[in-house]
Design a protein. Structure first.
Length: 139
């Protein structure tokens, strides 16, 4: 599917609908917090179709120099497996190319490793010459 990738913050209703469509209720339970988080992001890229409908989004949290965290990458379920997620990930990697580290934390679903590795990302424990560890505190 053809889409246009732009740097923008979607409307509150668009954000809630997109995050809800993928089942991310931890975000949609407090819509105002979701909007504030997206607005506070370092970079927000959206994918839209020719009619302007929001198809997907990627956002980073970063200091802009040494590290960028890909906080969210999501595509509406009916648009998945059409190249939109790849286009969003490619765009965010390109726009953060001057930043030393790009980090992503994601679910442990089988297809995700291949998807991210196809774009050049490596699991932390596989980084060479020095393997990395990652730690998380979820609340």
């Amino acid at each position: 599917m053809r889409c246009t990738i732009t740097e923008e913050t979607p409307s509150r209703d668009e954000l809630v609908a997109l995050y809800r469509s993928v089942g991310w209720t931890a975000y949609t339970d407090d819509a105002e917090r979701l909007v504030a988080a997206v607005r506070g992001s370092h970079l927000v890229l959206t994918a839209r179709d020719a009619s302007g409908a929001l198809l997907g989004l990627v956002r980073t949290v970063s200091d802009g120099l040494t590290i960028a965290y890909i906080q969210d990458i999501l595509v509406a379920p009916q648009q998945q497996r059409a190249g939109i997620g790849g286009a969003l990930l490619d765009a965010v990697i390109e726009r953060t190319a001057s930043i030393r580290q790009t980090v992503l934390l994601t679910d442990d679903e089988p297809g995700q490793r291949a998807f991210y590795e196809s774009r050049g990302l490596v699991e932390a424990h596989d980084v060479r010459p020095h393997a990395l560890r990652s730690f998380v505190l979820l609340r």
